[in-house]
Write a protein that binds this ligand. Sequence first.
Ligand SMILES: [Mn+2]
Length: 380
Amino acid sequence: MRIIHISDLHLGRTMNQISLLDDQRYMLLDQVLPLIKSKNADVVLIAGDIFDTFNPTNEAMALYDDFLNAVHSLGTKIIAISGNHDSPMRVEHHQILLEDSGYYVSASFEKEMMKVTLKDEYGPVNFYLLPYFTPEIARRAFPLEDTTGISYDEAVKLAIKQSKINTKERNVIVSHQYVVGANRDPSDTKPLLKANTSDAVGLNAYSQFDYAALGHIHKNYSFRNGTVVYPGSLLPYAIGTSNDRFVSYVELKEKGKITTELLPIYPKRKLITLKGTYDELINSKPDKVNYIEIVLTDEKTSPTISWDFTRLFPNFLGMRREEISNSQKNQGGFSSYDSSKSAIDSICAFYKEKTNTDLDGKSLKLVKSILEECIKDKKA
Ligand SMILES: [Mn+2]
């Protein structure tokens, strides 16, 4: 069984009010689809967060439709679950009818995980579908169990326990949770939790499965020799996150024989941070393709700064000043302090060290007058 696993498409997402739909279309149809074809995949797993919002735009839905149709036309099946960003109702539309076409989707948990069994020359492979699961869903689904104060970890384990997994057969789970050992990036959504509680699930929740196709965390992570995998989101969805994107490719042979591989996919436009002084950046080479964030290292500015950068970089995402590093913030003094210098020279050196610019004439005059006042006070 040849499996391609992707997650966190977030179709319809915008970044600083710029629509990413064109980038998402390129990623799905020009990067992921050729891999499904070249690997001759039997099934594509989509581990949640298909759409970015509960009410995706028509364009976002049309893109998903185009992708499903393209995969279907290759003769490849699709198994999908909803994530915390998806509307279960919307994702499960026409669920039963679509199974006849090889599209299996689970967006709501009733009593146990939906199970899809596909066969190959080595026998059956059972796919268990666990849409985003929470203690609240556990309380609703298992009224006979004691679920008071249940954690995410316990809830997920309880959900898995309901399905009697036959560990003699090959089993794959598709799940959208946060697993201990992964780190969230700035585009990941953290649920609102009570103090001292965690939404983390232990890796051992997935111990009965030959492969766990995970979603939720937007960075790529591989655990248990590449058999518990977050491929990461389809695109980098926050400034400062890596442009390295992957799909996970899995081959299951007879029980116990599994090979997994991360296949890189390449965004059409990259997220780039340009750092420098105002003068350096305003004279930099235009970039009409990539998404650009500006980090200014000096204090110079102009009333038309945004407009100037937008002209150079049509996909300009925004700008910020360089943050003072923590070590600098925590340091009371400054490294170039010299006790033999006069007070005014010390202040000038301090200013230069912290801002990388000289005090201008007006500020210097002000500082001098304050110093004189202090000295007068001291004498009085
Ligand atoms: Mn997500």
